[in-house]
Design a protein around this ligand. Structure first.
Ligand SMILES: N[C@@H](CCC(=O)N[C@@H](CS)C(=O)NCC(=O)O)C(=O)O
Length: 211
């Protein structure tokens, strides 16, 4: 049986949960207690030495240790529905937006949270190395989130989905990022981001998004 190593409160494994739901991949779920430090314990290190979730154990025992691998595997093993675009140009657009949402959005929120929250002291980056916080990065992260929401608004003003005409992994990453920004008290604004808010509402109608 395929097993997802998950943490119900964390954004990165939520991306994998939504993806597996959209693809209809049957799997079991194991919760990893990130707050309790279970990711650093011997048992989880044996699953993923990078000490992060998501991790996906396949039926043959091999483990995929990040969203990039999980997405690539899922698209190849479960081609329907396609979530990485269909035509060469669509695939390029999805790759481009996936990168932008991760770099301009998701990483900005993570920087804001991990460098600003006292609970994350000494844990400014995920993974086995304990990095100290840089408070200026929290401030910069918040500024970047604002610019990211504006960029997303501009795209969604003329497109139904983040990467264009079809639902894709870029929508999954963007939903997770926009929701994760609440952790640092940044939310889209009715005046400034009306198209983004309407897209988020439409996304909420997909059963996968409750995952
Ligand atoms: N490259 C990874 C990033 C995963 C990641 O950063 N996961 C966080 C949860 S959102 C984590 O495991 N954090 C453990 C920690 O903070 O110690 C992916 O997207 O799959």
């Amino acid at each position: 049986v395929i097993t997802l190593y998950d943490c119900a409160t964390a954004p990165s494994p939520r991306r994998a949960r939504i993806l597996l739901a959209e693809k209809g991949v049957p799997h079991a779920t194991v919760q990893v207690d990130l707050r309790g430090g279970e990711q650093f314990g011997e048992a989880f290190r044996a699953v993923n030495p990078l000490c992060t979730v998501p991790a996906l154990r396949l039926e043959d025992g091999r483990v995929l240790t990040d969203n990039a691998a999980i997405i690539a595997w899922a698209e190849a093993a479960y081609p329907e529905p396609p979530l990485l675009g269909t035509t060469p140009l669509e695939k390029a657009e999805v790759a481009s937006w996936q990168w932008r949402v991760e770099f301009e959005g998701l990483i900005a929120v993570a920087e804001a949270l991990r460098n600003g929250s006292p609970a994350m002291a000494g844990r400014a980056l995920p993974g086995p190395v304990g990095y100290e916080q840089i408070p200026a990065l929290a401030e910069r992260g918040r500024a970047r989130i604002g610019h990211f929401l504006d960029a997303l608004e501009q795209q969604l003003a003329t497109k139904d989905f983040v990467a264009g005409a079809a639902f894709s992994v870029a929508d999954i990453t963007a939903v997770v990022t926009v929701d994760f920004a609440r952790a640092v008290k940044v939310r889209p604004d009715e005046q400034r981001h009306p198209h983004l808010l309407r897209w988020r509402e439409r996304m909420g109608e997909r059963p996968s998004m409750a995952a």
